[in-house]
Ligand binder design. Sequence first.
Ligand code: ATR
Length: 278
Amino acid sequence: MKQLYGLIGYPVGHSLSPLMHNDAFENLGIDAHYEAIQIEPDSFKVEVEKLKKQQIKGFNVTIPYKVDIMDLLDEVDPLARAIGAVNTVVNQNGRYVGYNTDGDGYVASLLQHVGGTLKDKAVAIIGAGGAAKAIFYTLASHKDSPSSFYICNRTVEKAQSLIDQLPFQANASAITLDEAEKKVDTFDVIINTTSVGMHPHVEDAPIDIQHIRPETIVSDIIYNPLETKLLKEAKQKQAYCHNGVGMFVLQGALAFEKWTGIVPDQKKMEQIVLKKLT
Ligand code: ATR
């Protein structure tokens, strides 16, 4: 029987995950289907229980359920527990186990893209939500971790609270977006984790980066558009630019591997996503 996989969230209509995973299943000759499953907030618990009864083999979780899903699982892996969010669920002999592949997907993509190491770098993370937390946690616990972090947020209290929840306080400071703009020339890496600049608001940027140094790495987790306003400005300043496609593909590839035990062809996954976005 065809095995069921999927993505739960609200909304999920525009997701490229079904395209990417179904193509990988087909290429590998696996008899499985991945569906976008939209769940209204009112029926979240009931619908998840239904999927579990159907013995869904695995699923991804997106906004707004990455935190709430944890209460409905049999087990949450320690990394996902530390990050406080689950984006991947695996049916392990009828037990549902939650993982987080967002942080690892992001860091692997960044390192593949820029080459070299982030050791001794000063990193500014813009935003203090779930994506910021996964990225901060993964970078700070990396063997070649950056030397300092600035969590830059519109609401600075939220940035401080994020820092307080994780065991990396010694190397991290919470600052406002205005403060980040003032010290933008001291950052080696700038990572936008907010939705500012995402389609259709393509004229927006989370901070002004006019005064960055030319060799700064500017990274945006947004992949629609491929080149956000922030990345356009970075390009003009001869910075290294990194968009969100790699994170999207690699978090998906890591989820696929957890479900099937097979490492999918990342290049093929990226091609199919890029074809849709360009
Ligand atoms: P995610 O789980 O995708 O990270 P989230 O938890 O809702 O999403 O977090 C969104 C982040 O983007 C927050 O840091 C938010 O700032 P606030 O904490 O001040 O709300 C930030 N953000 C969203 N819209 C923004 C905007 N227009 N300007 C600046 N920051 C914004």
